[in-house]
Write a protein that binds this ligand. Structure first.
Ligand SMILES: [Mg+2]
Length: 214
């Protein structure tokens, strides 16, 4: 389907004759794209407190990974939420390949971060993104992942709905086939970041090189 059919038309303005690429907006997933959340949760948080766990990061064939780990979804979510508020999570390192891409190519584009997560963890995520990537990423959006007992205003439940509303995103970079399929359906280009659960060949650096072809 053509890109303009479902999206609101957007006027592209050239300001001071900046190259057009500067108006091209990349939308970045945070977890497992800008950071190594799942890897660090598993290796630094879950496995140390569950020595019986023999599942390695490469064994995670789905995300959320509870089935790969043989645990209930709520057990995984409770552990992940505890990890998000831990000191380890506050000091997560950026993905080296991603940070390297920003340092070399980031200035050529505009950037937004877009994450799906519990609303309670959004402030820390925004702080982390802007601390590590704020030279380039100038906006933060999130889609709440509801937790029991939460009753939040409903502005849409998916990243695709958020992208359709914000209407300036040209490419979504994400590790979730579901999120990328939703973006594709509304005419947004997509780049899959390889992780064990999406069975994408190549390296993160290889995937990021696709951005220079747009
Ligand atoms: Mg992700």
């Amino acid at each position: 389907m053509g890109k303009g059919l479902l999206r609101r038309p957007r006027e592209r303005l050239l300001v001071n004759n900046l190259p057009m690429k500067k108006d091209f907006t990349l939308v970045w997933d945070i977890d497992d794209v800008l950071n190594r959340l799942t890897h660090d949760w598993l290796e630094l948080f879950w496995r140390p407190s569950h020595p019986e766990c023999k599942t390695t990061y490469a064994d995670l064939t789905s995300n959320p990974p509870h089935e790969s780990l043989g645990i209930p979804l709520h057990t995984y979510l409770e552990s992940l939420d505890a990890f998000r508020f831990s000191a380890i999570a506050k000091s997560l390192a950026p993905v080296p390949e991603t940070l390297d891409w920003f340092q070399k190519h980031g200035h050529r584009y505009r950037h937004l971060a877009l994450t799906a997560r519990p609303v309670a963890s959004a402030p820390d995520a925004a702080e982390w993104v802007l601390r590590h990537y704020g030279r380039w990423i100038r906006g933060f959006g999130f889609v709440p992942s509801p937790r029991p007992g939460e009753n939040l205003p409903d502005y849409g439940k998916t990243k695709a709905e958020w992208l359709q509303w914000i209407s300036v995103g040209d490419v979504l970079i994400d590790d979730s086939p579901f999120n990328l399929a939703g973006a594709h359906q509304i005419g947004i280009r997509t780049v899959m970041i390889p992780q064990p659960w999406n069975v994408t060949p190549g390296t993160i650096a290889d995937s990021l090189l696709e951005l220079s072809t747009f």
